[in-house]
Design a binder for this molecule. Structure first.
Ligand SMILES: [Zn+2]
Length: 304
C-alpha cells in the first residue's frame, strides 16, 4: 500500500471539508456538496451514495469515510452503533463477512493508522462531518470496529488517564458536531426568542459556554437562537430567567433607534421563551439560573 499517497489524500480531504465548513459556517454539510473531491488532478469519492456505509474509493486501498444514516425521530436505526463498555464509539461492519472488501478497507485504516471522516446524518440530506477519526480496534467476531478522535491503543494496559482523555475527547467531538442539529431539532428549527424559522439564520447557543467544564454540548445546555439573539445573549444584552422569561438590559430598553431595536429587542422584554415539547430536552433550570446571574451582574456593571 502506498501510505504516503493514502495520507496525502486524507490531509487534502480534511482541508477540503474545512473549506466547505467555513463557507457554510457549520460542520453540517449538504449531501450534494460532499460526493467527491479532486486532489492532484484525481477524483476521489468522499462518501457512499447510499445512506449508510463504508466508502472505499476505487483509487485508494483503505476506507476514506464511514456514514451513519439519519434516522427520523421515533424510527429505529437500521444499524445501531453504540458506545462500547470501554466508553468508545463502535461502528458495525457492512454485513457479517469480515473479508468483504469494504470491511477489509476499514481494517486497513486500523492496521496502517489512517484517519477517516465519520459522517453522521442529522437531518434529511444533511450530514455532520467528524474528522479525523481513527479506527483503534477491530473485532471480527463482533463484526465491528472501535473509533477514537486520537490514535490510541485500546489495550487494557494503557495508561488510564490517557484512555479517559481519549474517550472524553471523542465523545465531545462527536457531540459537538451533533449539538447544533440536536438543538435545532428539539426547537423545531425556531428561534426560542423571536420564533424566526429560517435554519440558515439559526444557531445552537450554549447556556453555559463550552469553554467551561460544565458547558457540555448537550440539548439541556442549548437554546436555538437566531444569530442576532445568540450574539445578544452571549453579550448579556438579553437574559433568560430560570422560568424562561426573556429580559432585556435596562439601557437597551431606554434606547431610541430603528425597527430592529424596537421589534427585535424591546418587544421581546417579558416574553416567554419557546421550549422543546419533550421535557428532557428543555433548558436545565440550574444552568439558566447560573447564566442569568451573570446577566444581572453585567446589567449592574453598566452598558457597553
Ligand atoms: Zn431571534
Amino acid at each position: 500500500m502506498d501510505l504516503v499517497r493514502e495520507r496525502a489524500v486524507r490531509a487534502a480531504l480534511f482541508a477540503h471539508l474545512d473549506s466547505v465548513a467555513a463557507i457554510a459556517d457549520s460542520r453540517e454539510m449538504p449531501w450534494d456538496q460532499t460526493g467527491s473531491f479532486t486532489f492532484a488532478g484525481e477524483r476521489f469519492t468522499v462518501r457512499q451514495e447510499r445512506g449508510r456505509g463504508i466508502n472505499k474509493p476505487k483509487n485508494l486501498e483503505a476506507a476514506l469515510s464511514i456514514t451513519t444514516a439519519y434516522t427520523p425521530v421515533g424510527q429505529r436505526p437500521p444499524y445501531d452503533d453504540p458506545v462500547g463498555v470501554d466508553g468508545f464509539q463502535r461502528y458495525h461492519y457492512e454485513g457479517s463477512d469480515p473479508e468483504h472488501f469494504t470491511n477489509r478497507a476499514l481494517r486497513a485504516c486500523f492496521t496502517y493508522s489512517l484517519p477517516l471522516v465519520y459522517f453522521v446524518g442529522v437531518a434529511r440530506a444533511l450530514y455532520a462531518a467528524i474528522y479525523p477519526i481513527y479506527v483503534v480496534a477491530d473485532d471480527p467476531k463482533k463484526a465491528e470496529v472501535t473509533l477514537s478522535s486520537i490514535e490510541i491503543s485500546t489495550d487494557a494496559n494503557i495508561d488510564p488517564v490517557m484512555r479517559q482523555y481519549a474517550q472524553t475527547l471523542t465523545r465531545r467531538r462527536i457531540h459537538q458536531s451533533l449539538f447544533r442539529a440536536d438543538v435545532l431539532r428539539a426547537y423545531e428549527s425556531q428561534c426560542a426568542i423571536c420564533r424566526i424559522r429560517h435554519r440558515t439564520l439559526l444557531d445552537a447557543a450554549h447556556i453555559i459556554p463550552d469553554s467551561r467544564p460544565e458547558g457540555d454540548p448537550v440539548v439541556p445546555n442549548g437554546i436555538a437562537l437566531c444569530k442576532i439573539h445568540h450574539r445578544a445573549y452571549d453579550a448579556n444584552y438579553i437574559g433568560i430567567r430560570p422560568d424562561g422569561q426573556v429580559r432585556v438590559r435596562a439601557d437597551i430598553l431606554d434606547e431610541h433607534d430603528g425597527p430592529m431595536l424596537r421589534h427585535g429587542f424591546q418587544e421581546m422584554h417579558g416574553v416567554q421563551m419557546l421550549t422543546p415539547r419533550r421535557e428532557e430536552q428543555r433548558p436545565d433550570p440550574l444552568r439558566l439560573e447560573e447564566r442569568f446571574a451573570e446577566f444581572l451582574d453585567a446589567s449592574q456593571a453598566g452598558s457597553n
